[in-house]
Write a protein that binds this ligand. Structure first.
Ligand code: KG4
Ligand code: ZN
Length: 332
C-alpha cells in the first residue's frame, strides 16, 4: 500500500510517501519568508502553501520512483493549526482523492508528532511516555498502545516552543527562536543567571512557562544593548536550561508515579534542541530509563509522521468523508 502524506498546518509545506509501512520519501519546504516578520503570518503561510504544494508532492513522488496512479491512499493533517494553512492541504488531498479515486483520511497533527517516534523504529514497547514539545503544545502522554493515549500533563500557559520563540524575541534573536537560542547558547554558562523553574501545584507532570519568559524580560529590561550582546551566550544558555529543567522535572516525576514505564519518547520541534539531547543522556543514566528521540528531520513539522499515523487506520479500511472541515483547535 502506497500512502501519500500531506502536512500544511503551519509554515512547513510537506509531502511524504509510505510504502507498506516504510517511509520512502519525505520532502519539507520551510517557509523562510516569516523570518523577516518575527513570526508566522497566517495569510502569507496559506499563500505559500498554495505556491509550493504541487512541487513538494511531485518531488516526494519523484524521490520514491512512483507516479500518482501508484498511490493507494492519502493522509492529510486537518488540525490543529492555522485555518488557512490547513485548508490548503485538506482541499488538495480531497481533490487528489476524487480525481485518483482513492480514499483519503484526516489526521490529527498531534497524533502525527506521537508517531514521529515510530518512523524507522520497529521496536516499540508499551506502555511508554511521550513528551510532546512543539510550538503550540507541551504535553505528557501515557501511551498504552498504538490507539490509546492518556494525557497526564500539559502546559497551563505557553508551550515550551513558545517560551523559546518569545525568549528569542526578548533577546533580539530571529524567528524561530528555538534553533536561535540553541545556537546562541553553545558556549554559554548555564549557571550564569538562575531563572525560575515554575511548578504547577498538584500537577507534577504539568508546566508553566509564561512566568519564566517574564523573568527573562525583567532581567534584560534594564540591560544596555552592549551588555546584552556581550553576555548573550550565557543568558541564552541559562534561560534554555530553565526551560529544559522544567521538562525533565516532569519526566522525573513520571518515573516516580509510573515506575513500570521504561521508554520515554520526546517529539516535536523542541526535541531538536542540542542541549535537550545531552540532558536526555544524563536522565537515562540517573533514572535507568531509555529516552528515544526522533531524527532531527522528524522533530519539526513533516508529512512523514502524518502518513505514519494514518497507516494502521487505512489498513483497517478507515477513511474520511468529503465534508471534513479543518479544525484549528483540534484536541487529541
Ligand atoms: O513541531 P513544530 O515544528 O511545530 C509545531 O507543531 O508547533 O515546533 C516548532 C517549535 C518552535 O517553537 C521552534 O522554536 C521549536 O519548535 N524548535 C526548537 C528547536 N528547533 C525548533 N526549540 C528548541 N531548540 C531547537 N533546536
Ligand atoms: Zn507540529
Amino acid at each position: 500500500m502506497n500512502v501519500l502524506g500531506i502536512e500544511t498546518s503551519c509554515d512547513e509545506t510537506s509531502a511524504s510517501i509510505i510504502s507498506d509501512g516504510k517511509l520512502i520519501a519525505n520532502v519539507v519546504y520551510t517557509q523562510e519568508i516569516h523570518k523577516k516578520y518575527g513570526g508566522v503570518v497566517p495569510e502569507i503561510a496559506s499563500q505559500q502553501h498554495l505556491n509550493e504544494i504541487i512541487d513538494v508532492i511531485d518531488s516526494a513522488l519523484k524521490k520514491s520512483n512512483l507516479q500518482k496512479k501508484d498511490l493507494n491512499a492519502i493522509a492529510v493533517t486537518y488540525g490543529p493549526g492555522l485555518m488557512g494553512s490547513l485548508l490548503v492541504g485538506l482541499n488538495f488531498a480531497k481533490a487528489m482523492s476524487l480525481s485518483l479515486k482513492i480514499p483519503y483520511i484526516g489526521v490529527n497533527h498531534l497524533e502525527g508528532h506521537l508517531y514521529s517516534n515510530y518512523i524507522d523504529n520497529d521496536n516499540i514497547s508499551f506502555p511508554n511516555i511521550c513528551l510532546l514539545v512543539s510550538g503550540g503544545h507541551t504535553q505528557v502522554w501515557l501511551v498504552k498502545n498504538y490507539k490509546q493515549f492518556n494525557l497526564i500533563g500539559e502546559t497551563t500557559d505557553d508551550a515550551a516552543g513558545e517560551a523559546f520563540d518569545k525568549g528569542a524575541r526578548i533577546l533580539g534573536l530571529n524567528y524561530p527562536g528555538g534553533p536561535e537560542i540553541d545556537k546562541a547558547s553553545k558556549n554559554g554558562n548555564t549557571n550564569f543567571h538562575q531563572f525560575p523553574r515554575p511548578k504547577v501545584k498538584n500537577s507534577p507532570f504539568s508546566f508553566s512557562f509564561s512566568g519564566l519568559k517574564t523573568s527573562l524580560l525583567y532581567y534584560t529590561q534594564n540591560m544596555n544593548k552592549p551588555d546584552l550582546k556581550t553576555n548573550i551566550a550565557d543568558i541564552a544558555a541559562s534561560y534554555q536550561e530553565a526551560i529544559l529543567d522544567c521538562l525533565f522535572k516532569s519526566l522525573e516525576n513520571v518515573t516516580i508515579h509510573y515506575p513500570e514505564v521504561y521508554d520515554f519518547y520526546i517529539s516535536g520541534g523542541v526535541a531538536a534542541n542540542s542541549r535537550l539531547r545531552v540532558k536526555a543522556k544524563s536522565f537515562e543514566k540517573k533514572f535507568n530509563k531509555n529516552i528515544i528521540l526522533p531524527k532531527l528531520e522528524y522533530c519539526t513539522d513533516n508529512a512523514a509522521m502524518i502518513a505514519m499515523a494514518s497507516y494502521q487506520k487505512l489498513i483497517n479500511g478507515q477513511k474520511s468523508d468529503y465534508d471534513l472541515a479543518p479544525i484549528p483547535n483540534l484536541k487529541l
